[in-house]
Design a protein around this ligand. Structure first.
Ligand code: TRP
Length: 426
């Protein structure tokens, strides 16, 4: 029934959807902090090298698998390398788990977006802001309601379909997201801390870049490009036959890295504009520090910022949700309209547990980003580099670039991933 399978209707839709998946909370709350911690410009250079030599080959492997088989994560791996099917299941489980806990954070951004509309951060002190975050995440019902609404928004976009839902949403929202972040960058750069913030981000300090720093760069690059769980694979299975995958991959990586840098330029000058403020990562940065600083810049700035966070989170959560839906549609022959609510119920249960039990939340995060994603990325490059019929791989690339890409997929990516996994275990 290949003819019935959905497709993205245009190149723009594919690139925007892939960029939407890539650009997310990882760019906003992890990248700027990691850059500062691991030596500024030095980290950025290593990050770009890792992205080009390791992440992009894995990205291309997923694209080849999806495009060639026209199936989701499980169907694709099963078709070309039946013995490795477990990796397909692993990708689906990982995507499901990430959807669940990621949507909890998505719920927080929704909560903060609504609060900012009602001027909830006006004149706030840092202590009061930390209090708001603590009481929001501790009060079960508020976090739960926002989580459900966020998950529901995700489900609705996915239910509308690949092109009309995911494609159209991304085509409209991604440019808007860029616009919003640029506005915040401009505002932020006019603050007194701008110079210090820029130095924190850009000044290369190679002495801070050690083994863990390099491993962190690769891990961040994988997470940011949504690799290793079948997101890129699944979206690629909806590409048209004649889609050129190398430019598509390069554009996605470029947008993703550019957005991460913009987020850094939006966030760090703001943080350094406050005397004695130390930049942190994760929830405390986005939900405690920034509301205070941005609300000092006027009522609109926090609204724009939290709307941007919300859109970035939504465009990522739909990509993970789609991995699970694609499996139900392709392999279990359930219609999209039925698959979406099934996934919703399951993710609502796991996400609700994550929302009220921080230990479960961290365990889900740790298992998926440290184990499942790395293993998945390794398997995808092995399957495409060593097991898939070479003709099928060759036909996806131009003759000029093929030998180089093949070398990266076959040797560089798996060896680098294995080396870093081993270093992390030691
Ligand atoms: N890349 C997204 C971010 O930066 C998150 C994301 C979407 C993701 N799909 C993924 C992470 C798949 C890992 C695997 O926030």
């Amino acid at each position: 029934m290949a003819g019935d399978r959905e497709n993205f209707s245009s190149r723009l839709a594919v690139i925007m959807a892939l960029a939407g998946s890539a650009i997310g909370l990882g760019n906003i709350w992890r990248f700027p902090y990691m850059v500062g911690k691991h030596g500024g410009g030095a980290f950025i250079i290593i990050y770009i090298v890792c992205s080009l030599l390791v992440s992009l080959p894995v990205f291309f492997s997923e694209v080849v698998l999806g495009k060639y088989t026209r199936r989701g994560a499980l169907g694709a791996v099963r078709k070309v390398a039946p013995k490795w099917s477990w990796a397909g299941y692993m990708g689906i489980i990982a995507s499901f788990v990430i959807t669940s806990y990621y949507s909890v954070v998505g719920g927080w951004s929704l909560d903060y977006f609504v609060r900012s509309i009602f001027g909830g951060f006006k004149g706030l002190s840092f202590e009061a802001s930390a209090g708001i975050f603590a009481s929001m995440s501790a009060s079960g019902w508020e976090t739960l309601v926002c989580f459900f609404v966020f998950l529901l928004l995700t489900a609705i976009i996915v239910a509308v379909g690949v092109d009309k839902g995911i494609g159209n949403f991304s085509k409209v929202m991604m440019p808007l997201l860029f616009l919003m972040i640029v506005l915040i960058v401009i505002k932020s750069m006019s603050l007194p801390g701008a110079k210090q913030g820029l130095e924190y981000l850009m000044k290369p300090d190679f002495s801070k870049l050690d083994g863990p720093g390099i491993a962190a760069a690769l891990g961040q690059s994988f997470f940011s490009l949504s690799l290793g769980v079948g997101c890129v694979l699944t979206y690629s299975s909806y590409m048209k036959e004649n889609e050129k995958i190398v430019p598509t991959g390069l554009w996605t990586a470029l947008f993703d890295t550019f957005f991460a840098l913009l987020a850094g330029f939006a966030v760090m000058p703001a943080v350094f504009s406050v005397e004695g403020m130390e930049p942190g990562a994760g929830p405390s940065l986005v939900f405690e520090t920034l509301p205070v600083i941005f609300s000092r810049m006027g009522t609109v700035v926090p609204i724009i910022f939290f709307f941007a966070v919300l859109i970035a989170a939504l465009s990522s959560s739909i990509s993970m949700y789609e991995v699970v839906v694609a499996w139900l549609v392709d392999e279990k022959h359930i219609s999209r309209k039925k698959a979406v609510p099934l996934v919703f119920v399951a993710a609502a249960v796991l996400g609700a547990v994550c929302a009220v039990a921080p230990k479960v939340f961290s365990a889900c995060d740790f298992a998926t980003s440290n184990i499942f994603m790395t293993l998945g990325a390794f398997v995808f490059s092995i399957v495409v580099g060593w097991i898939m019929p070479e003709e099928a791989v060759r036909s996806t690339f131009s003759n000029r670039i093929y030998p180089f890409v093949r070398f990266l997929i076959k040797w560089v990516a798996p060896v680098a991933i294995a080396a870093i996994a081993v270093t992390n275990l030691l």
